[in-house]
Design a protein around this ligand. Sequence first.
Ligand code: SF4
Length: 67
Amino acid sequence: MSRDKRVVIDPHLCEGHALCLETAPSVFDLPEDDVATCVAQPSGDSWQLVYAAIDACPRGAISITVD
Ligand code: SF4
């Protein structure tokens, strides 16, 4: 059985710094309410950018879950 890896943003931690969006614009977006959104299951090539965005986020708001 394959396990699904997903990107999750904690809306209570996110402060809209947009560093995730700058790091991985194909995965993250920042709507007007200043809480980032993301593609939950990006393509394989994008995961390296997701890990960079996790490192870049000053709030530790981005995490990965595995179903
Ligand atoms: S870098 Fe972190 S705090 Fe900033 S918008 Fe992205 S998830 Fe939110």
